[in-house]
Design a protein around this ligand. Sequence first.
Ligand SMILES: *Cc1c(COP(=O)(O)O)cnc(C)c1O
Length: 385
Amino acid sequence: MVTKPQSTVRSRATTGAPSRLVVSRDAIAENTRRMRALASTPLMAVVKADGFGLGAGVVARAALAGGASELGVATCDEALALRADGIEAPVLAWMLHPGAPLADAVGADVALSCASVDQLEAVAAAASSLGVTAAVELEVETGMHRSGCPVEEWGPLVRAAVAAERCNGVDVRGVWTHFGATDDDPTSFADPLLRLDAAWATARALGLRPRRRHAASSLATAIAPAARLGLVRVGAALFGIEPVAARPLGLAPSIRWETSVAQLRDVPAGASVGYGGGYRTSRRGRLALLPLGYADGIPRSAWPGSTVVIRGRRHPLVGAVSMDQCVVDVGDAGVGVGDEVVLIGEASRGEPTLAEWAMLLGTIPQEVLTRIGARVERVSDGRAA
Ligand SMILES: *Cc1c(COP(=O)(O)O)cnc(C)c1O
């Protein structure tokens, strides 16, 4: 496999952006190794949504260095972006929306997942227009009622695939499903797995020869050995997001989000802060301005409750978060303009973590990560090769 060389040094604040998301390639590679060792199956690194917002190319290379054998994305565009970045590893895309660039994807050797006869026929048509065979996987819906082919339509889909294989337009290499369960209970995967088995048996009985079955994402990989099958598709855990917070695997945190103090202001007790003046200082002190806001991924709901670390101490974010700025009440602490501010860091250093943010914001770490905005410079750190 040939990939472009990656720099081994940390390039810092090269664009002068107001904040930086430092992505640890070593952490992603290490988490990949951990999950692959746990699963003892091949591992697909899921790098959809631009690698959960961290940069798909960087994440993909780190995961491949850590032992991932292939990559998974939602859309054809995401798959094509990996190819444009020089990544030649196998890629599967599973969100075939109307207007998706199927022929480009097939031409770039991207495997496509089909969940309906229409999708299968569109992929077969794209392949025959190019005179090539498209690698295809079929997704069956097993209880989540989201994507995938409904069980009642599985027979017709398999028959259409058998017909397309006869014309050499497609090669159905796999059958898969996705679980809806999010609780720490391996038995919740049992029923979907039975349905996947039945779909697999039907596919084979009707004449397909798929080589693999897969179902598990991070959670099932961690807690349900029976769900690991021939491949695990792991996303969240690569970034250090623990599948079961109460029983952590000890995954490495993969990001650090930093900015610096843009301005300081002395205020009396009773000074109101931000739009609506919802926060008032309780004593004389200082307010630090941070050069990022909700457009950068700090939601308005971050106040009240969030804290940041400056010079090793926690300080509260105060007042309504603006689009491009927010304010921290540093009281009488010694803080200077230009001081580093840690928005998301490591628990071991007393810094706010991704999990802490998610908890506070009433969401999951994945949403916090993928909402970090375009103005935030992505900087990669570590070797990972
Ligand atoms: C996002 C996704 C995954 C990875 O899930 P994680 O919980 O992030 O590990 C696997 N499969 C599909 C189809 C997905 O959409």
